[in-house]
Design a binder for this molecule. Structure first.
Ligand SMILES: Nc1ncnc2c1ncn2[C@@H]1O[C@H](COP(=O)(O)OP(=O)(O)OP(=O)(O)O)[C@@H](O)[C@H]1O
Length: 357
């Protein structure tokens, strides 16, 4: 697959503090890419550098094979959708969308009939038919999001940057708009680079997920690979579905604050030792149940359970005070009631753990 955007060792510091510490990435043409990272990891800075609102200190940015660092934002052919939508409140839905086309830097469209036809098509594409003449103040948050997207897409960019595009919407609408955004993107064949701090959003939406950590790409992978094979303990932590232990490998065990955990699965080099076990790989058993030979067992005190749809998440405190989480899918087992502060065995297969060295 060819790439629409290439970043080569892109760097940016603010007052000597690096926000982007050498970014290398190639973004595939016609794809949905999520950019995930904790607060302060450099997501917005990277988007602003790609858009041209911020100049990098070094490195190269190639868009459709052409160097664009130094090219003004409006001449890059890259669209930007802001979290707060940035719509014109005094213009109607159709006028907001037309604005983008009539005022684009390259090849603005001045023929009213062509503008009207393109706006009509775009309104259909984003599902706003019937609302053309509404004022921006008279539409919902989700509809504003669609207008913002349509206003960008009508200019026919080869790529659209979206900074937390669902951040201003409530939880239900957020989930619904995920599917909408993917469908709209597929229909127009443009690459979307979507910044989010939500691991569920990043995994649900991206064909590829780029994980940013302290100004560096920590991993670039499809959602399935990222979920089952995070490249480091830090990436596993951002995914919010792994229990992580610090410590180090000694012989056949990983020595952690809760004891020696027998090794048996994959050990990956990552530069920083860690031991990770996914929430849904752990079984909760009575304290006196003996583990099988290929299992790892620790003990914890039950704190609480939380239902989330078809799964139950149970929380335990371990002997060093850390919280340990277990996810049980209700399709696998009937929900069990655990005794508050009761001691339980928490057991998993050795080979299910990811060990980082
Ligand atoms: N204009 C600026 N001046 C000084 N420091 C900045 C500026 N913009 C960003 N930074 C710093 O650069 C780092 C990366 O910031 P950035 O906004 O890119 O992170 P982010 O991943 O988008 O975070 P969030 O999810 O909280 O929006 C942070 O340490 C931030 O404080």
């Amino acid at each position: 697959m060819s790439s629409v955007l290439q970043l080569k060792n892109v760097r940016k510091a603010f007052a000597g503090v690096p926000a982007l510490a050498g970014i290398d990435a190639a973004l595939a043409d016609n794809s949905y890419i999520s950019l995930l990272g904790p607060s302060g990891s450099g997501k917005t800075t990277l988007l602003r550098v790609i858009a041209g609102f911020e100049q990098p200190d070094g490195g190269e940015i190639l868009f459709a094979g052409r160097r664009i660092d130094g090219v003004p934002p409006h001449e890059r052919g890259i669209g930007f959708v802001f979290q707060n939508f940035a719509l014109f409140p005094h213009l109607s839905v159709a006028q907001n969308i037309a604005f983008g086309l009539e005022n684009r830097a390259i090849d603005p469209v001045t023929d009213g009939r062509i503008v009207a036809a393109r706006v009509r098509d775009m309104i259909g594409l984003v599902g706003l038919s019937g609302l053309e003449d509404r004022a921006i103040t008279q539409i919902s948050g989700g509809q504003k999001q669609r207008v913002a997207l349509a206003r960008t897409l009508v200019t026919e960019p080869s790529m659209v940057l979206l900074d937390e595009p669902l951040g201003a919407l409530d939880a239900n609408l957020r989930t619904r708009m995920r599917g909408e955004l993917r469908t709209i993107r597929e229909r127009c064949g443009v690459t979307f680079l979507h910044v989010t701090g939500s691991e569920t959003e990043a995994l649900a939406m991206g064909d590829t997920v780029l994980v940013l950590d302290r100004g560096r790409i920590a991993q670039s992978a499809d959602a399935g690979t990222l979920y089952s094979r995070p490249a480091s303990a830090d990436v596993a932590r951002f995914l919010n579905c792994y229990n992580i232990f610090p410590g180090e490998i000694a012989g056949e065990s990983f020595v952690s604050p809760v004891g020696a955990l027998a090794l048996g699965g994959l050990t990956q080099a990552s530069g920083k030792p860690g031991y990770a076990i996914r929430y849904d790989r752990v079984s909760i058993r009575p304290r006196d149940a003996a583990p099988a030979g290929d299992e790892v067992r620790i003990e914890g005190s039950f704190v609480a359970s939380e239902y989330s749809g078809a799964a139950v998440n149970s929380f335990f405190t371990l002997d060093d005070g850390r919280v340990f989480e277990v996810e049980t899918h209700l399709s696998h087992a009937a929900p069990e009631a655990y005794e508050e502060r009761g001691r339980y065995a928490l057991v998993w297969k050795r080979e299910d753990a990811l060990v980082f060295a």
